[in-house]
Design a protein around this ligand. Structure first.
Ligand SMILES: [Zn+2]
Length: 110
């Protein structure tokens, strides 16, 4: 914060609604020792002093709306069907078991 009161012609940072950027501004109007109006040094657009506050972007809430809309649609959709029950033990495993039995038998013969 500056130590002294603002004066006309001071250059201060503020948000320019036309440039939509935080830019240097000339103080063009004072009210009760506070900056009332400023003029953008880039586009020379005079506007109320915004205390260097950048307004909240509109895109953010829109994005939220879109996201919630998608969530709403997803919520309204029927739930996906349950996955089929696990199949019984695959035949291959049983064959392997028999093969193992045969192998053991073979070993016993040797
Ligand atoms: Zn501007």
């Amino acid at each position: 914060m500056s130590d002294r009161a603002p004066r006309l012609g001071d250059v201060i940072d503020d948000y320019c609604p036309r440039c939509r950027l935080l830019l240097n501004h000339d103080v063009t109007s004072l009210f009760e020792g506070e900056v009332a109006k400023v003029t953008c040094r880039t586009c020379h657009n005079p506007h109320d002093y915004r205390h260097a506050q950048v307004p909240a972007k509109r895109k953010a809430p829109r994005k939220e709306d879109r996201k919630s809309l998608i969530e709403q649609v997803l919520a309204s959709l029927p739930k996906p069907p349950e996955p089929p029950a696990a199949p019984p033990a695959p035949l291959k495993k049983r064959r392997d078991l028999w093969a193992e039995v045969e192998r053991i038998k073979g070993q016993k013969r040797e």
